[in-house]
Design a protein around this ligand. Structure first.
Ligand SMILES: N=c1c2ncn([C@@H]3O[C@H](COP(=O)(O)OP(=O)(O)OP(=O)(O)O)[C@@H](O)[C@H]3O)c2ncn1[C@@H]1O[C@H](COP(=O)(O)O)[C@@H](O)[C@H]1O
Length: 118
């Protein structure tokens, strides 16, 4: 796999989506799904995140012993979960970059060591 091309593409997807989400943050509710979620408020967005998390868990169980269709369904549910998590961050004036920075900060830090240092 070409790592550089893959990284560029990942950044492109998240940056592009982030631009759309920012534009929708204060748009009219009838204009878009994202804007309608912001108008419904944080509780509705959190409800969607919880719903998508549950659907992702169920899809992962199906994918464990399933075929290509179940694996594809898991990818779709995970995309829904990521998307709604990004809407949640956007609602609170945060974005994916802060999360990527936090993940980068954790590179090389064992989960066991990090937990022991708390
Ligand atoms: N990536 C997504 C994306 N993923 C999922 N969804 C929507 O998320 C919704 C949730 O799915 P559900 O099956 O839970 O929907 P539902 O049961 O009908 O929803 P509720 O009744 O529970 O509210 C669906 O309407 C999907 O279309 C998305 N909607 C938008 N985007 C991106 O956001 C951009 C802006 O979208 P708009 O704001 O709609 O213009 C789009 O161009 C896309 O790039």
């Amino acid at each position: 796999m070409d790592t550089d091309a893959s990284s560029t593409s990942n950044a492109y997807v998240l940056d592009t989506l982030n631009g759309v989400l920012k534009q929708r943050r204060y748009a009219a509710a009838e204009e878009s799904y994202v804007a309608s979620l912001h108008h419904k408020g944080l509780n509705k967005i959190l409800e969607k995140v919880g719903e998508e998390a549950t659907e992702t868990v169920l899809a992962a169980k199906d994918a464990e012993h399933g075929g290509e269709a179940e694996r594809q369904a898991l990818i779709s549910e995970t995309a829904d979960l990521w998307f709604h998590s990004l809407v949640m961050l956007s609602h609170l004036e945060l974005d994916h970059q802060a999360v990527l920075d936090e993940l980068a900060r954790r590179f090389g830090i064992s989960g066991h060591d990090e937990k022991a240092s708390r």
